[in-house]
Ligand binder design. Structure first.
Ligand code: GBH
Length: 482
């Protein structure tokens, strides 16, 4: 179905929220300030070889000290919501949940109060990859079932301290990335890649239980008084079958099972997808009856992080250089049609191809499979390469990103017209920031941060596009259709 024409804010239902997203380790800095303990990312990035440019989030973009300036800019641009993450080791420096760090609580109180003063609704993520290092060292991090209880204590402290003002909570951001990159491939903290077969599935299992345990705490102790909602953020690339052969279609379905189904099927249907149980076998942990009871329907909304799409082909035979997690799925990700034509324009990151229709298909898939749940697009965006020789005028003129957002925002509007219950959209990211293993070499911000001039902030053309869009002006949008 062709839409053509323009997307405007009026294409979205009343009350639809537009926001920006960030995460603590990527922007805050202030590693050793305010009583904060080290997280696994602090320690991981101490090893300069882990990060492509040898940098870290030790200072990041100094949001810890500049949060007021940042929130003011957000409000000026017209955003109504801000998805940020709370650093667990600012709240409980050793992660054990006994002694709360009042300075950490004060920082987030100030941040939240200031947001509200400026008319911005807080959407708080409890875990965006920065586990207190002590929990990794002494407890075994996400590989241990004890983590479930520590996470629930931390979540409870956040609900108790901030829940009078925060009405939208996200427990865990992209458990897939923690599991596979943190415990299987080793490119993310804590950098484990020894027992590649079983460990990602164990880390995932404990994240699902931790998510459910914290929703359980919220429902038992806070929901009646605070009236908020708690969601889980899952990242999913769209998987388009390479051909209409049955094998390719089944492979594409598996690819989605190994992203979304891995985390959502247990909550909605009580177990991992059949395709995973068959292929992962004994490496896939089992839910006890008690676990099933705990996780059942423990979700108020699905947060979807979506960046890109791939063609998927069936690949029954293990490929020599392929990592275990992909081999076990018996599929291959492909960037080109068999004709050799590319799947879409690439952003700076190797993994990021621009295909707006992919978000519409992903949203519709989620809506269909899980009974039309409330969905928030909790991240969507693209990066530019850091180019130290470019002028400020050049870097602010991010026309490719403007096109990206026109296309993707338009495709979200289409998904809503298709019937999906999408309630909000968050652009990733507000600021250029520490892009994990890629350090500062990739810039995802709609606001440029000048790393050479005192970390000054400069809205890019994409920020100005959002600003016009949010004020209700018509903007062009021709989302691709497929
Ligand atoms: C999001 O993950 C994160 O939530 C956010 O913190 C991050 O800044 C943003 O994406 C942009 O990356 O080719 O081996 O380097 C999205 C999922 C996980 C996709 C890491 C790319 C890198 C794989 N991303 N992955 S690799």
């Amino acid at each position: 179905t062709e839409r053509g024409g323009e997307v405007t804010r009026a294409d979205f239902p009343e009350g639809f929220v537009f926001g920006v997203a960030t995460s603590a380790y990527q922007i805050e800095g202030a590693r050793n300030e305010g009583g904060k303990g080290d997280s696994i990312w602090d320690v991981f990035a101490d090893n300069k070889e882990r990060i492509i440019d040898g940098t870290s989030g030790e200072v990041a973009v100094d949001h810890y000290h500049r949060y007021k300036e940042d929130i003011e800019l957000m409000a000026k641009l017209g955003f109504g919501a801000y998805r940020f993450s709370i650093s667990w080791s600012r709240i409980f420096p050793d992660g054990l949940g006994k002694e709360i760090n009042e300075q950490g609580v004060a920082f987030y109180n100030n941040l939240i109060d200031f947001m509200i003063e400026k008319g911005i609704q807080p959407y708080a993520t409890l875990y965006h990859w920065d586990l207190p290092h002590n929990l990794h060292k002494t407890v075994g991090g996400w590989l241990s079932d004890k983590i479930v209880e520590y996470f629930a204590l931390y979540a409870e402290a956040c609900f108790a301290n901030f829940g009078d003002r925060v009405k939208h909570w996200i427990t865990i951001n992209e458990p897939l990335q923690t599991s596979v990159n943190g415990y299987g491939i080793g490119i993310f903290a804590p950098g484990l890649c020894e027992g590649i077969a079983a460990e990602p599935f164990l880390a995932a299992h404990h994240q699902i239980l931790a998510h459910a345990a914290s929703v359980d705490v919220y429902r038992r102790k806070f929901k009646a008084v605070q009236g908020g909602q708690v969601g889980f953020v899952i990242d999913c690339e769209w998987a388009e079958p390479l051909s209409d052969k049955m094998e390719d279609q089944a492979a594409a379905a598996r690819r989605i099972d190994f992203q979304l189904g891995w985390y959502l099927d247990p909550i909605y249907f009580g177990d991992y997808p059949e395709s995973m149980r068959q292929r992962v076998g004994d490496h896939l942990p089992k839910f006890s009856e008690k676990d099933r009871e705990l996780i059942r329907n423990k979700i108020d909304f699905i947060g979807l992080n979506h960046y890109t799409s791939r063609f998927i082909a069936n690949q029954p035979n293990p490929q020599p250089n392929e990592i275990h997690f992909y081999q076990v799925q018996q599929m291959e990700r492909i960037d080109k049609w068999s004709s050799g034509e590319g799947i879409g324009e690439r952003a700076a990151s190797e993994w990021l191809y621009i295909l707006p229709w992919g978000i519409r298909k992903t949203i519709n898939y989620v809506a269909r499979k899980y009974g039309n749940p409330i969905i928030y697009v909790t991240e969507n965006g693209m990066d530019d390469e850091d180019d130290p020789s470019a002028t400020l005028d050049q870097v602010l003129n991010d026309t490719k990103r403007v096109g990206f957002f026109k296309g993707y925002v338009g495709a979200v509007a289409e998904a809503i017209k298709d019937g999906a219950d999408v309630r909000g959209y968050f652009a990733w990211s507000f600021l250029d920031n520490f892009e994990w293993a890629m350090g500062f070499t990739k810039r995802f911000g709609i606001v440029y941060v000048d790393y050479k001039n005192g970390l000054s902030r400069h809205p890019k053309a994409s920020a100005m596009w959002f600003s016009r869009f949010l004020n209700g002006e018509a903007v062009d949008s021709k989302p691709d259709t497929n």
